[in-house]
Design a protein around this ligand. Structure first.
Ligand code: AMP
Ligand code: MG
Length: 353
């Protein structure tokens, strides 16, 4: 897509407003529309229209082998996209849709190769957001939608983040306020047995196991080195990253605090602009001039909803180094740690060792 097109910014008021209907029609006809979901803002295109989908890759600068998630508004929309829906997949769908769970199934012939990055499988989800569901319903087509950021940048959790990255590259942005969850959906591959979680997200492994029994975690999630041919192709790229260097700092609270205090004092001496993103319970350890709260250590959901916004705010302040206190990989904490580690691109510090 040509840079320099006009991007129409719509503040959502009602699903019956003329501009909302205009955006839905444009989406159906092959234009790009960014819209809120419960996870992050998505950049939507008609998933069945190869040219429209190609425009997503162009606008984002996204590598062509990184497949897209297809968003639907009801189960009737799912059937034509896939060859079959096995009982376990159906169980997950009834338990967690609409919601932050993406399911990978064998694709049918109507889904263009470009939508799935050349794979014979398709990733599908039903978002738990009124505006997203109304937009898809009105467009009347399944909507391919990756996160609405330039490739590699932190995902947008507010409409203004989309504007920062994509103004002049897409046709519409629908502002529906901040996203509730703040990290992307869980991606689970249901074409294999046992099922494998390829990306952790808002639906935790425990929540999936409760419904279908044993599920595996892809090695890339467990902090191991990525395999040559990752199962979720997108996960091999550096991701979610602000301009600043990101460091994840783990260890006991005392070791983390000691390491961080000495790191920021050295940065201060050498004139480096650095910031600590820490639990609100720990801020006083570092002082307000060095640290910003990402939420309570006892509330990983709160941290999830803040982390991408904080990365972007650090960029705006011209921060050169961001130190992030690690959190336990429990519940949605697994997804938060996955995003922070990707943003760090290997800068992982074990304090006290
Ligand atoms: P994004 O839309 O930017 O949140 O990224 C979508 C994620 O889903 C990426 O990590 C993709 O690699 C993954 N994904 C999408 N479709 C498939 C598929 N058919 N098989 C495996 N992973 C997929
Ligand atoms: Mg993304």
């Amino acid at each position: 897509m040509e840079n320099g097109m006009r991007t129409k910014y719509i503040e959502f008021t009602s699903e019956d407003s003329p501009e909302f209907i205009e955006a839905a029609m444009a989406l159906r006809e092959g234009r790009l529309v960014a819209f809120p979901t419960e996870t992050v803002y998505g950049l939507g295109a008609n998933a069945l229209d190869s040219n429209a989908v190609r425009a997503i890759y162009d606008a984002k600068g996204r590598p062509a082998d990184n497949p897209l998630i297809v968003h639907i508004a009801d189960l009737e929309m799912l059937k034509p996209l896939v060859t079959e829906i096995k009982p376990d997949a159906l169980k997950l769908i009834s338990a967690y849709w609409p919601g932050p769970l993406t399911i990978i199934l064998k694709k049918s012939g109507i889904v263009p190769e470009i939508t799935t990055g050349g794979l014979d499988t398709v990733a599908v989800r039903m978002p738990d957001n009124f505006i997203a569901l109304e937009l898809i319903k009105k467009a009347g087509v399944p909507v391919a939608a990756p996160s609405a950021n330039r490739s590699g940048k932190p995902s947008p959790t507010m409409a203004k983040h989309v504007l920062e990255d994509l103004d002049g590259r897409i046709s519409y942005i629908i502002d529906g306020g901040p996203c509730k969850v703040g990290v992307e959906s869980t991606v689970v591959d249901m074409t294999v047995d046992p099922a494998i979680i390829l990306r952790p997200g808002g639906i935790t492994p425990e929540m999936i196991e409760r419904v279908i029994g044993r599920v595996e975690l892809d090695k890339s999630i467990l902090g191991k080195k990525a395999v040559d041919r990752p199962r979720a192709p997108g996960m091999k790229y550096r991701h979610y990253a602000p301009r600043a260097e990101v460091y994840v700092v783990s260890g006991s609270s005392e070791d983390i605090a000691a390491w961080l205090r000495s790191a920021v004092s050295e940065d201060e001496k050498s004139g480096k602009k650095s910031v600590i993103l820490a639990a609100k319970e720990h801020i006083q350890e570092y002082g307000l001039e060095h640290a910003v709260s990402y939420g309570s250590i006892n509330n990983a959901s709160e941290i999830a909803s803040n982390i991408f916004r904080l990365f972007r705010e650090c960029d705006r302040m011209g921060t050169e180094k961001i130190y992030v206190e690690a959190i336990p990989r429990e519940g949605i904490g697994l997804a938060v740690m996955n995003r922070i580690e990707k943003a760090a691109g290997g800068r992982i510090i074990h304090a006290g060792k």
